[in-house]
Design a protein around this ligand. Structure first.
Ligand code: BGC
Length: 371
């Protein structure tokens, strides 16, 4: 079968490989599921891996099959798989257990291992292939009604984990009734965050670099009842004069200096969630450290980082996708701006990924096989 791979730590090494089709029996204890891949999303992490900045090949290989945003159809099941049947639609999670205590109890998204196992990213082949085999434990069933947009579930799972942690942390307050939220960054992850917060009833304010007019992402924010402002016109701290301080801020820009702006825009008892994996070495001067520190102390504020997601977060995501389809039918499909047919057209997919703003791309994805 065909797969799209890179040589990790080598710039622009993306290429097609021919591999053996996996088998249900590759997975122990009769828990194997053979999945026919239907769609695979391409994201910033894939771009970074192809830029040689990130990614580790599995032991015994010099290449890594890419792809972690996925949707597939069950083709075959092992004898101990009761929860899925042939023909079901599934999305697989990304991280697999390593050695730490958290991994042992099935919470590998909180691993303390330095080297983690992530399909398509680190030490495990990913889903940019015609088939993959996986344990049923890591597959989440997708209702047929949301199959068309379910390739968005994996990136959404990251947001769901962030929001779940925020509400867990805020249990420190006997009552927390957040009303307003700011979402920094309105790319695909930012838009999914705007959506997830709107599904929870927040007043949501999205911020991006692009000017408002003619910007599809701004239109999508507004179509779902959020606002959009360009940070070229108003800084996040200045926006507080317009919208008030935010009870929750979700950072997903990939631009770390904005974190210090966000820290100054948080309401009393507020929570700031960081989700950008910033691999560079940017530094910032003139951060008003005393002021920020004092605001955090006197306002009982919280900031935390979040990465990856576990089964429960994928399941929360399924519900938000379904609710969004019910409330704003067709909105999620508008995020799927660029379909690339066939894995052999990987060059096109990476061309779009590397030039997302000139393509006006929100989400580029492979259609590996028809739904
Ligand atoms: C993936 C996560 C992963 C993270 C760090 C993200 O793009 O969605 O599952 O944990 O990269 O590798």
């Amino acid at each position: 079968m065909k797969a799209v791979a890179v040589i990790p730590k080598t710039v622009n090494s993306v290429h097609l490989v021919e591999m053996d089709k996996p088998k249900v029996s590759d997975v122990p204890n009769g828990r194997g599921v053979l999945v026919e891949v239907l769609r695979v999303g391409a994201c910033g992490t894939d771009r970074e891996i192809n830029n040689g900045e990130y990614g580790v090949a599995p032991a015994g290989f010099d290449f890594l099959v890419l792809g972690h945003e996925n949707l597939g159809r069950v083709a075959e099941i092992g004898e101990n798989v009761k929860e899925l049947k042939v023909g079901d639609y599934v999305v697989a999670s990304v991280r697999r257990p390593g050695k730490s205590f958290y991994d042992e109890i099935g919470e590998q998204d909180f691993t303390t291992d330095d080297q983690y196992f992530e399909r398509g990213i680190s030490q495990l082949h990913g889903y940019m292939a015609e088939f993959y085999a996986e344990s049923a434990d890591y597959l989440v069933k997708i209702p047929e009604k949301i199959v068309e947009i379910a390739v968005l579930l994996e990136p959404l799972s990251i947001i769901e984990k962030g929001l779940k942690q925020a509400s867990d942390i805020q249990e420190r307050l006997k009552i927390w009734r957040p009303k307003t939220a700011a979402v920094l960054g309105t790319g695909s992850v930012g838009l999914l965050t705007v959506m997830a917060l709107r599904m929870r009833g927040y007043e949501v304010h999205g911020f991006g670099r692009d000017k408002h007019d003619g910007y599809l992402n701004a239109e999508l924010c507004e179509a779902i009842g959020a606002t959009y402002d360009s940070t070229a016109e108003i800084t996040v701290p200045d926006s507080v004069k317009k919208y008030g301080e935010y009870d929750l801020i979700f950072e997903c820009t990939g631009y770390s200096p904005i974190v210090f702006d966000a820290m100054q825009s948080l309401n009393q008892n507020g929570v700031l969630i960081l989700s950008s994996v910033t691999g560079g070495d940017r530094k910032v001067d003139a951060v008003p450290a005393d002021k920020i520190n004092q605001q955090f102390v006197l306002g009982n504020k919280v900031m935390f980082g979040t990465v990856n997601a576990n089964r429960e977060h994928f399941e929360m995501g399924v519900k938000d996708l379904a609710l969004c389809e019910a409330m704003y039918s067709g909105w999620l499909a508008r995020m799927l701006t660029h379909k690339v047919e066939g894995l052999e057209n990987f060059e096109k997919a990476f061309e779009i990924l590397n030039n997302a703003s000139s393509y006006k791309a929100i989400k580029a994805y492979f259609e590996v096989s028809k739904i």
